[in-house]
Design a protein. Sequence first.
Length: 531
Amino acid sequence: MITLRPHQIAAADAVEAAYAAGCQRPLVDACVGSGKSLIMAEIARRAYQRGERTIICAHTRELVEQNANACRSLGLACSINAAALNERTWRAPVISVAIQSVYGFAGRFGPVQNLYQDECHLTPPSDDGMYREFRRGFPQARNPGFTGTIFRLQGGSLVDGENPQFERVVFSYGIVDGIRDGYLVPAFSAAAEDQMNPILLRKSKGEYDTASQDAQMLRLMDSHITQMIHHGADRRAWLIFEASRKAAQAMTERLNQWGVSAGCVLGNTAAGERARLIADFKAGRLRAIVNVAALTTGFDAPNVDLLVMRRRTMSLGLYVQMTGRALRTIGGNIDSSIAAGKANCLVLDFAGNIDQHGPLDFIRPKESKVKLIKCGSCNALNSSGARQCWNCGSPLMKLCPACLVEIQKGTLDCPHCGYDMRTGEGEEQSHKLWEMPSGSALIAAFKPLGARGDWIPIRKAFDRDGTAILVDINGDQWVLPAELATHAVDSRWVRGSGGRVDSLLKPNGLSRSSALQVSLDGSVLPVPMPN
């Protein structure tokens, strides 16, 4: 049996309170490394004590195993239903399932009172998809969701808009909270030379085209490896994200030629080979592991202390997921992690993601609107790009922007007025969506700290007998005077001498380039964000 962290208990309490208030579909917003599996396990344990059955859904074999092990660590006899794991249990009190294996077989499980959804931001906004189909098999079951990203790139918010998947966010725990509580390590970036030029990139379906990224990254590979070796000289485990299979395989081969032991994990890597490579990486037999998107969600390797991004993305959610792979502590807390040799993580961003998205704890969600289309025949909701209804197969319609007569989607020339759809004139454009996290680790410039007058990033803040204390990334403690104590929770950088704070910085609303400096005299002044 393990001891749950305070925020994990608080999250379970919040879900139970939501149930009592009549909320059947609460959403838990918990960052990477916060222990979502244990939160779900604790809620399932409480349900089991009431005599209720629970199914925990996930989309990867790693998460299915992780969720089952979390339940077992709390004393629950959790079974598994996942074809990839060769286990197909249908009638146990608690079952961890792979959605790909079960979405068409809800009836085989019998009565189920609780249906949990891990990484629920992956569910499409329309009524289509495996999760939606599976959930329809349990119309009376409670359906809480768990994610670290409550906004999707294509689908907007999970709790807003027409027919939202979940009713409301009942608990939030961000990456900044995890760093301040000592459960995650901070991440810093070094200046990367020969970055990808975004002007040369093409876009396709709301994301940067992989071929245009490869055209640059393959040419710059040796320059990047040189910088990785320089900055990663004292880093033991390198996690590298590439934009394509071609680039990932080329990088792996080139690293080994440079004398850096590296392995490559792709989406089509055989399960046995994948497990062996990950085990070798965690054990230190491989110094680097290269992937495209196979090692984002569900990949747990606390030893990662160098993160290399050679893939540019328009999705802030994916940016958070990539960064989050390097924030886990060794041993579960910052003290044990420092003792094991990992006090922080260094980020080398050759793709320009930090420039595009900014320091994550200094930005806030922007409003987004979801454009869904309702089928005129069955009223099912479809994504804006669909041409026929996923549910009944009927063609979807839209209004001609010129004559306002209803025509079938995909029609290029209006049969009523001859308007040419190829020009796009007058057609309503959907709003650009921003996928935002609940919070993330500060990614600031990486440089030696110690010169008087430097802004020093803060790792955590706490109260000691009524006195606000800040702990910086060097482990030094700063006593906040009463004039600044109310700003302790929001503070991001500190400056002073002799352990006494002269001023601090906190977020300046939505600004990515400035912060608010709070001084002892109570003045608040917008200043440029530290580099």
